[in-house]
Design a protein around this ligand. Structure first.
Ligand SMILES: [Zn+2]
Length: 275
């Protein structure tokens, strides 16, 4: 427990907890309340403790490049923030302080799509930015008089909704990795997809699987888009789905070590879907 203190809202998405002396103790991102109540959130806390704007902790580049210059303002964290400064060390830390926020904040609908026990922090974070439509896609770059067409298909107007998954490239990837999970319910529409994942009424394992695949597809498509933007080697359409699949298997395997047999079925489920 952090003791007596107050919760302040920083911008729309970010909340900070200050102690009685006004010192920042913890900061939270909108939508994490569901996650905060899960027992296994310590893993997220540890893995994300290195966060800061110029670090490549997401493995898709600097956060500053991903969110654009305005990102620091949107997230309410100073550009000069360093991960070794006490104030930011606990950026994602789980704490019961969230209980206090719950009283004043309405739960956001998409929360469980982004934050869940089996999620990997860097995938969750890119997803969170995508859901908030704060990735630095072409439409956001136009504010700075920069022109950015879709690097995956050549479409003139690069937007979040185009990339996920109205773009022929990413939609084909999405179909390949989730075709069997979604069946005829698969759609190129971003909003539709998020809502379908959010209100998935199938078994728990199916739900976890769909959320993981969704996060990884968004992450990998965004990573590929950035690689092309920075002149790195392209991954052809045929290869990206197998990369996502491989990442899925690796993560599920590592989860089995942490969670024991609880997730045994997840691996079985994945093989049933992709074989
Ligand atoms: Zn495209």
């Amino acid at each position: 427990m952090l003791g007596d203190g107050n919760i302040f809202e920083l911008g729309k998405w970010m909340y900070t907890y200050r102690d009685a002396n006004g010192r920042v103790k913890k900061e939270y991102l909108e939508g994490m309340e569901t996650f905060m109540h899960q027992e296994d959130s310590t893993q997220l806390a540890q893995e994300s403790a290195t966060f800061f704007w110029f670090d490549n902790w997401l493995e898709v580049g600097k956060l500053l490049d991903i969110t654009g210059e305005q990102g620091t303002r949107y997230l309410g964290i100073l550009r000069t923030a360093k991960h070794d400064q006490g104030d930011y060390k606990g950026f994602f830390s789980a704490s019961r302080t969230w209980d206090q926020l719950k009283e004043t904040r309405e739960k956001v609908d998409w929360s469980t799509v982004v934050w869940f026990t089996q999620a990997v922090p860097r995938f969750s974070f890119i997803n969170w930015l995508a859901i908030k439509n704060r990735l630095s896609t072409g439409d956001h770059m136009r504010v700075w008089s920069l022109q950015q067409e879709c690097l995956l298909s050549g479409e003139k107007n690069e937007t979040r909704d185009h990339l996920f998954f109205a773009c022929p490239y990413s939609y084909m990837v999405w179909i390949r990795v989730t075709g069997r999970l979604f069946g005829t319910r698969i759609t190129p529409d971003w909003q539709d997809t998020v809502v379908k994942i959010q209100y998935d009424r199938r078994s728990k394992l199916d739900k976890v699987l769909v959320r993981m695949v969704f996060q990884m597809t968004v992450y990998h498509v965004w990573k590929e888009r950035n690689a092309r933007r920075h002149g790195k080697a392209w991954i052809p359409l045929e290869k990206l789905p197998s990369q996502i699949d491989k990442t899925m298997r690796n993560i599920i395997t590592s989860l089995r070590y942490s969670y024991g047999d609880k997730l045994e079925g997840l691996m079985r489920c994945l093989f049933e879907v992709t074989i």
